[in-house]
Design a protein around this ligand. Structure first.
Ligand SMILES: *Cc1c(COP(=O)(O)O)cnc(C)c1O
Length: 418
């Protein structure tokens, strides 16, 4: 019954009722006049190539300053950034990298291309890796711990560092979803030896595609600069020297020009998202059967996504009902843990028919991946729903989002036993 006072609340849009939200939600405003100015200046300069260009150097300097890091190394994507960080470690083929089961493939692919074996540590209630499970997964082949700060809610870095330090292991942080997010007063990305960031379109700041790694370690920074540039030692004439095996993961000047102006504003983006996410979290947390994602104690939440768990509902049904109310929603972020999503892991479809590096040999046991590896992560994904407010939302937009969630929770039958 369009037009009546309670038509928005008495029947699900899925069943012909009026949606809570009929207008689209606001889009992000990412690029202003400063970005335009720098892009045009770069085009007119005729020099789009990162090496020797002013924009990439400036982006690196400002990014390092923002995080208080000695070095920032820019590259072509978040995946490339993680590859740089792993390559800097120079671990032996067949080494194990302990990492997170709920993440983008971009965390995992570089491990395999560095001939490493991903080993998954299960998550705690904040979706970060559980330090106790990290410790259980350590073997004499472990080379590093690669943490993922899912959705911007941080991970227990004190616990993870304590375990890693005890075993003499370097810690890498995948901060793709957690730009300028403080844990106990220090930014994520500064708790490990290396912090990798994605500047892909959807991230807190973006160059369309792009990545950066920060570190205080001079040797790692130098290795990463070589690795992203085919291992090429520049600055000499005549016979070339490639002292390191690397790829071409360079950032271009156009990417850097777009990114530079956002460095000064990304903290405001995170703070705004934090305030909006907290507002939504209070409403969702008050509904029986719903549990909003909370950051690890002492951590801010930068709300790359807003996630909540449903108890008693089928997450796919709940998400469909919510989407019908005009609030785009998806069940379970990636749906399944990354080890079930990637054929490279689940079916060992890696290099030809070799199954390398999972097939064993060279003193290594064969490895296989499948359901049951990380029960907590699998359970979280079964119950989880994600929605994606952004910093351009007004409080009223958040309130519509909350009202839609409340409506679905009220009217959609709970068909599961919890
Ligand atoms: C986005 C993302 C990546 C990969 O970044 P790309 O820039 O798309 O290569 C890696 N890890 C996480 C957690 C991400 O969200």
């Amino acid at each position: 019954m369009p037009g009546t006072a309670d038509a928005r609340t008495d029947r699900l849009a899925l069943h012909g009722g009026r949606p809570v939200r009929e207008r689209p939600f606001p889009s992000r405003v990412l690029f202003g006049e400063e970005a335009e100015r720098l892009v045009v200046r770069t085009l007119r300069s005729g020099w789009l190539y990162g090496p020797g260009g002013p924009m990439t150097a400036s982006l690196e300097r400002r990014f390092a300053e923002l995080y208080g890091a000695a070095h920032a190394v820019a590259c072509s994507s978040g995946t490339a950034a993680i590859h740089l960080a792993l390559a800097a470690l120079d671990f032996e083929p067949g080494s194990e990298i302990i990492t997170a089961p709920i993440t983008d493939a971009g965390t995992i692919v570089p491990i395999i291309y560095q001939h490493g074996i991903p080993v998954f540590a299960d998550v705690d209630e904040h979706y970060g890796m559980d330090p106790a499970d990290v410790e259980r997964k350590i073997t004499d082949r472990t080379a590093a711990v690669l943490v993922v700060h899912l959705f911007g809610g941080g991970s227990d870095m004190r616990g993870i560092r304590r375990v890693a330090d005890r075993h003499g292991l370097p810690v890498l942080e995948d901060c793709s979803q957690a730009h300028v997010t403080r844990l106990d007063g220090h930014y994520l990305g500064r708790w490990g030896h290396l912090g990798a960031f994605s500047l892909q379109q959807a991230k807190h700041m973006t160059t369309g595609d792009g990545g950066v790694v920060i570190t205080d370690d001079e040797t790692s920074a130098e290795r990463m600069r070589l690795f992203r540039d085919k291992g090429w030692e520049r600055g000499r004439h005549g016979a070339r020297s490639y002292p390191l095996l690397g790829l071409n993961y360079r950032m271009t000047e156009l990417q850097a020009a777009v990114g530079i102006p956002q460095i000064a504003g990304v903290r405001a983006v995170v703070e705004r998202r934090g305030a909006l996410g907290a507002r939504l979290g209070r409403r969702v947390g008050a509904v029986d059967g719903l549990r909003p994602h909370t950051p690890v104690p002492g951590c801010e939440h930068s709300y790359w996504l807003f996630a909540f768990e449903v108890d008693g509902w089928d997450a796919a049904e709940f998400a469909a009902a919510l989407s019908a109310e005009g609030v785009p929603a998806a069940p379970g972020y990636t749906g399944k843990p990354v080890y079930e999503c990637m054929s490279a892991l689940a079916e060992q479809q890696t290099f030809g028919s070799s199954g390398y590096p999972f097939s064993g040999g060279g003193g290594r046991p064969p490895v296989s991946y499948g359901p049951g590896l990380c029960p907590a992560a699998e359970e979280v994904l079964r119950r989880q729903i994600t929605v994606w407010p952004n910093e351009a939302f007004a409080e009223e937009d958040i309130d519509d989002l909350a009202a839609a969630i409340e409506k679905v929770a009220t009217l959609l039958p709970r068909t599961l036993s919890g």
